[in-house]
Design a binder for this molecule. Structure first.
Ligand code: ATP
Ligand code: LTN
Length: 335
């Protein structure tokens, strides 16, 4: 009897080592990466090439890149199951990015809200890489014929652009790329800053009270939640007029697996102080094992190195297949 072995669908995602990973990165993306590992062939990368679109200190970048990779593992990404690597270890990301940039319009890139936000934030360094950032991101995804890209809400626009560029390329040159779909988790897709709840929680926030670091110790986590900006009435319910409380309810729900409404019911009638303490404790309990695994990994450099070396090797060979196809399609002479 003929047996058909179906290839598992492929996932690609990554984070920039532009700061310590936050609870936003965890709830918006990493937690879903872990959950999807069994059902997909997963590739998770540390996007160090993206990180230099903003000025970085080289020694810090090197250190943080390694820490991000270790945090992936500490959060539950299984290196036996998923492919882990540094973006800069696979040269094809830069190569494909060039080809795709010749198939992306200036107008499309000018509409990207992340570019607009970041050029406001870094007005003294609006470099060309910041502008073409989404093209490199499209290359990351298309290089591996990715089916699904688990990300937080803020990345939807970039994935939409990736799909447009891939469809255009396929139309002009013939079928080359798989068209990827975004995957946004049910809870925690957009965690807001604890200090300015109208902005997303961001690892490059200069005020550390705005975010919870994945490696923050328990007492720091609880203190940051106690200081979280809320409003002046005392009602615990979600609502557009209550961004701070809504954010805390969302975080509590994402961590405990409850819905926001269930969480609101649980705390109905209680004071903000009790509520903030409970959210802090729930988050600290979720992150305690992450910190412990991270500390263990920090002591085993050789193991971590073996993982990213193997990862780069596998990723490079998958990427090479796509690059051969792309170079042929655009009319480059075979090597
Ligand atoms: P930066 O502040 O340097 O721009 P960032 O914290 O936004 O970084 P990224 O590396 O850009 O983090 O994002 C990594 C992943 O985490 C992406 O999938 C992104 O959508 C997700 N993510 C980041 N911040 C949040 C957030 N506040 N809520 C939900 N998901 C988030
Ligand atoms: N731009 C993303 C990080 C990123 C990414 C990717 C995510 C770079 N390349 C490819 C998914 C797939 C961000 O989160 N800011």
């Amino acid at each position: 009897m003929e047996q058909t072995v179906e290839r598992k669908k492929r996932i690609f995602s990554g984070m920039q080592p532009s700061g310590a990973l936050t609870l936003g990165n965890y709830l918006g993306a990493l937690k879903n990466w872990v959950a999807l590992q069994n059902d997909y062939e997963c590739m998770y990368s540390v996007m160090n090439m993206h990180a230099i679109t903003v000025r970085q200190d080289p020694a810090e970048l090197r250190k943080r890149s390694m820490e991000v990779l270790m945090q992936y593992i500490a959060c539950g990404i299984d290196p036996e199951q998923s492919i882990l690597f540094f973006q800069s270890h696979v040269a094809a990301h830069a190569e494909l990015s060039w080809i795709l940039s010749c198939n992306t319009q200036m107008g499309e890139l000018s509409r990207m809200t992340q570019f607009k936000d970041k050029s406001k934030k870094h007005a003294d360094n609006i470099n060309a890489g910041l502008f073409t950032y989404p093209v490199l991101m499209a290359a990351d995804i298309l290089l591996y014929q990715t089916d699904l890209v688990p990300v937080g809400n803020d990345q939807l626009q970039h994935i939409e652009l990736t799909r447009d560029v891939a469809e255009r390329f396929n139309f002009h040159y013939g079928e080359t790329f798989t068209i990827p779909e975004p995957y946004i988790g049910k809870a925690g897709a957009r965690v807001m800053s604890l200090q300015t709840p109208e902005n997303k929680m961001s690892k490059s926030d200069p005020n550390p009270n705005g975010y919870i670091g994945l490696l923050d110790p328990e007492e720091v986590i609880i203190k940051k939640f106690k200081r979280a900006v809320t409003d002046s009435d005392a009602e615990i319910r979600p609502g557009a007029d209550k961004p701070g409380i809504t954010n805390l309810l969302t975080i509590y729900a994402a961590v405990t697996g409850k819905t926001v409404d269930e969480a609101a019911k649980e705390f109905a009638g209680q004071g903000y102080g009790t509520f903030k303490q409970a959210v802090g404790e729930a988050v600290a309990a979720e992150l305690a094992p992450v910190r412990q695994r991270f500390e263990e990994l920090s002591k085993d450099k050789a193991y971590v190195e073996s993982i990213y070396e193997k990862g780069a090797e596998i990723a490079s060979s998958i990427a090479a297949r796509t690059m051969r196809k792309v170079y042929k399609k655009v009319g480059f002479i075979a090597r």
